[in-house]
Design a protein around this ligand. Sequence first.
Ligand code: NAD
Ligand code: FES
Length: 264
Amino acid sequence: MKIHAPRVAKAAQPGQFIIVRMDAKGERIPLTICDYDVQAGTVTIVFQSIGCSTTRMAQYEEGDSFADFVGPLGQPSEFVHEDLEELKGKKMVFIAGGVGTAPVYPQAKWLHEHGVEVDVIIGAKSKDYMILEDQMKTVANVYPATDDGSYGYKGLVTNLLKDLVENQGKKYDLVIAIGPMIMMKFVCKLTEELGIKTVVSLNTIMVDGTGMCGACRVTVDGKTRFACVEGPEFDGHKVDFEEAMKRQGMYKAQECEKTEEFNK
Ligand code: NAD
Ligand code: FES
């Protein structure tokens, strides 16, 4: 979906996100920014219709509007502030899992525009679920993988990364993993063994998105951090994924109940 939000588009940087709300009683949905166009004043978001709110969102027609479209929120990716010459010497690989491919695109695009070439592994359940591959290929070297083998490498992104490093002579200084929490957990487990620094983007439950409610609380390196203002990116090897996954599933029962009610 392309949203006309000129001020958000003007201020957006890779790694940041927005929060949308459809109406006064609407759920606040944090979504990472997939692309932004300062000239056109638009911000692109990608979402999958899963529950009540996202299904309603998918029914929007051109010209409809949100009650709120707040952003850009969170900290931009760390590399935005790094020395470009140092960055060009770094070997980086992004691991994009499913819908998590959307936020990887503006990061790879920014790096490409600044002369930094990166690899991107895109993982999806099957070929039908693979998104943004063509766009990604214009800014990075892409390695597609599907769980069922219907396209590209057959297997999980972790197996492909292991294969690239152990059998295909790839050497990486940094892994940036964005996707389902479980994927990020297992990517971090692998990269710890391989000794590669890893950054993850945490998609926690969020309410205000400005550091006041504590809904997005995560534990990183034994300390409480707020993903909305201090993240969403953190050192993956220091994240308490068990706690993060438990907190992420906190409203599963209510979510299911609301979706069932909506689908009646
Ligand atoms: P998915 O379940 O299809 O998984 C995508 C890929 O992740 C799989 O193809 C597989 O290669 C890998 N994966 C999954 N489980 C794994 C495991 N146990 N070990 C190793 N690799 C594993 O993804 P989906 O259904 O598209 O879900 C996307 C998720 O990403 C949603 O939960 C969404 O909230 C989240 N998301 C996260 C961000 C973020 O910023 N972190 C942004 C957008 C979406
Ligand atoms: Fe409220 Fe982060 S979402 S503190």
